[in-house]
Design a protein around this ligand. Structure first.
Ligand SMILES: *[C@@H]1O[C@H](CO)[C@@H](O)[C@H](O)[C@H]1NC(C)=O
Ligand SMILES: *[C@@H]1O[C@H](CO)[C@@H](O)[C@H](O)[C@H]1NC(C)=O
Length: 262
């Protein structure tokens, strides 16, 4: 019995050391950084990977107001869905954010492209028939417990920057530069083939629902034109929440950042 306990204690002490060295070795192989940058980069990547989680539940989707509506009856539930995602912060934002994910995966794919494809695939599976993806994924009780009531509902009229395209572009460039082994190259190509129809639907959703009054202009929908609490109402759907825009939100706006995304 004692030998078993000693063995077990030694194992428990050695395991983190072993994991630490594995992380160190792989980190050095994947990222070539100078010593000052390395310490902070290792911590950042570790937090990002450690914050990656699996969620399951149903988003609440806002429905347009109607006359025969009962109180609290202003949403319908999205289908029960799962999401594998890297979250911005486990204690404060334990939920998936669409545009954050692109930036997370710009880093994670270098570490393990399979994790990235899995995560991007989960997001594309959340697209509805119109080509819209809910921006914040509040799936399950834990995620819901951290969201102020006014941010729970998702609006099918509002977008969020399609940053996942940045990752897919990165992957395609790396394939062209022969940076993947043959099997990985195949897996990525198959993924892109399968994803194409959804990526096209995503583009078309933006091109039709977020277009402006003048040809080839676009604007982020969803700004609050009735608020008396903000001099310059926020544009949460753009990701650049408080970037200064027209003081009086209207359909006459043209947003350069969305035009650039398009
Ligand atoms: C985007 O929308 C415009 C305006 O309706 C249309 O002319 C254009 O063909 C669309 N672009 C694509 C690539 O479908
Ligand atoms: C706000 O926008 C809605 C929808 O476009 C419009 O019906 C309403 O008149 C606008 N309100 C103000 C104060 O501009």
């Amino acid at each position: 019995m004692i030998t078993v306990m000693v063995f077990f204690s030694v194992f428990l002490v050695l395991l983190p050391i072993f994991i630490f060295f594995c992380y160190e070795i792989k980190f050095n192989a994947v990222f070539q950084l100078n010593p000052e940058a390395k310490a902070v980069s290792k911590a950042a990547l570790g937090t990002l990977l450690g914050g990656t989680g699996y969620f399951y539940g149903q988003s609440k989707i806002s429905t347009p107001p109607s006359s025969n509506q009962k109180l609290g009856d202003n949403f319908i539930s999205y289908w029960p869905a799962e999401l594998y995602t890297a979250v911005p912060s486990q204690p404060f934002f334990p939920r998936g954010f669409l545009w954050d994910e692109g930036f997370h995966q710009l880093l994670i794919w270098h570490w393990d492209v399979h994790i990235s494809l899995d995560i991007i695939g989960h997001w594309l599976d959340l697209m509805n028939i119109e080509g819209w993806i809910p921006r914040e994924q509040i799936l399950g009780a834990e995620a819901l417990s951290k969201v102020p009531a006014e941010f729970v509902l998702q609006y099918p009229t509002d977008g969020n920057p399609p940053t996942l395209f940045l990752v897919l572009r990165d992957l395609m460039c790396s394939i062209k530069k022969n940076q993947f082994a043959a099997t990985e190259r195949n897996e990525i190509s198959i993924f892109l083939d399968q994803a194409f129809i959804r990526l096209e639907a995503w583009f078309n959703w933006f091109n039709t629902t977020q277009s402006g009054k003048i040809a080839s202009t676009y604007f982020w929908h969803g700004r609050d034109n009735a608020t008396i609490r903000e001099l310059n109402p926020k544009t949460l759907s753009s990701g650049l929440d408080d970037y200064p825009r027209a003081s009086h939100p209207s359909e006459d706006e043209c947003h350069l950042d969305l035009r650039c995304w398009m």
